[in-house]
Design a protein around this ligand. Structure first.
Ligand SMILES: [Ca+2]
Ligand SMILES: [Ca+2]
Length: 329
């Protein structure tokens, strides 16, 4: 049985500069946090390193100090060694005081941020837990973004958590905060170990495993690209596009040539299908990044919004978005 497969999908934007900008915005990784495992600066051994040179991270602490722990540490007041969740180092949210560590990441409105982290309490005292939250929102906004439920752990093991956040319209910079809520020891400079922080972005309704073709250009301008697929038995492959949106016209011709024309700025997506003559099919997607003709690309990206929802949902984290020992897939 031959299987048609959309094996290679190449971008054909209108210019190299626009290609770079659109691909940067449309690709999945602009929202990644830096140094999420607290491995830099490296080579730190023992507990309690107070640093101002931790790449990527900022702190709410007035002294600007971020606390990093390395191998061979001693978790006073209970004298034992805490292994990092990953790598050689981790952070303590309660550095010299109750504080928040945070990063500002670049985001595409309408995209989804998936986050994950490892959290652990500092003391092993039975029933004692350190508590933190994840807060995600705009850099300046009231109220201050969305809070995760409490993330609470004792000192015996690392707990693993994950959740997601939809970037609202117009929000191109998003602040991801890791907030100390309380310490099981009751001491403001003790508690809330944090490690293995990771974020990733995905465009709305775009399964990351489905190949796609990115077309970029001005509103109203025809955009050309081509889909490539292979029938391993040498038969013909035909293509089709389904579920067009009202402000996007996509035609997929035989041999995989795509012509698209958007009448509204934004990121628009259309599923496509490649089938061989025996009816075996593979799914793909055409992503059209359309911007206002009269604006330079750097500004027009502010106008991007998702196809499926003119107003992205903004609300509390969905129930079940946070669960202990649950990693994001
Ligand atoms: Ca680490
Ligand atoms: Ca501390």
């Amino acid at each position: 049985m031959a299987a048609a497969s959309v094996s290679a999908l190449a971008a054909q934007p209108v210019s190299a500069a626009e290609a770079a900008e659109a691909a940067e915005a449309a690709e999945a990784e602009p929202c990644a946090v830096v140094n999420g495992g607290f491995e830099e600066p490296g080579g730190l051994r023992g507990q309690g390193h107070l640093r101002k040179d931790v790449p990527g991270w900022r702190t709410s602490s007035g002294d600007g100090l971020i606390e990093i722990w390395g191998a061979g540490n001693h978790a006073d007041p209970m004298d034992f060694t805490v292994p990092p969740d990953t790598g050689d180092q981790f952070a303590e949210l309660n550095g010299t005081s109750v504080s928040t560590l945070y990063q500002d990441v670049r985001t595409l409105p309408g995209s989804t941020i998936d986050w994950s982290l490892a959290h652990r309490g500092r003391t092993r005292t039975q029933g004692s837990q350190d508590v933190m939250r994840v807060r995600i929102g705009g850099v300046v906004q009231v109220p201050e973004g969305q809070d995760s439920p409490d993330i609470a752990d004792g000192g015996d093991t690392w707990g693993h958590y994950g959740g997601s956040y939809t970037v609202p319209r117009g929000q191109r910079v998003t602040r991801v905060e890791f907030v100390s809520v309380s310490s099981g020891t009751g001491r403001p400079s003790y508690g809330n170990f944090l490690d293995s922080v990771s974020t990733s972005c995905s465009l709305p309704n775009q399964p990351p495993t489905v190949p796609y073709l990115v077309l970029s250009g001005s509103v109203g301008q025809p955009l050309d690209g081509s889909l490539t697929s292979v029938d391993h038995e040498g038969g013909e492959v035909t293509y089709s596009a389904t579920a067009p949106v009202p402000w996007l016209n996509v035609t997929v011709r035989p041999r995989g040539t795509v012509v698209a024309r958007a009448i509204r700025p934004g990121v628009h997506q259309v599923p496509v299908k490649a089938c061989d003559e025996r009816g075996a099919c593979a799914d793909g997607r055409v992503v059209v990044v359309a911007y206002r003709r009269t604006r330079p690309i750097a500004r027009s990206l502010a106008d991007l919004y998702p196809t499926q929802s003119a107003t992205p949902p903004v609300g509390p984290f969905p129930s079940g978005a946070v669960g202990k020992d649950r990693r994001m897939p």
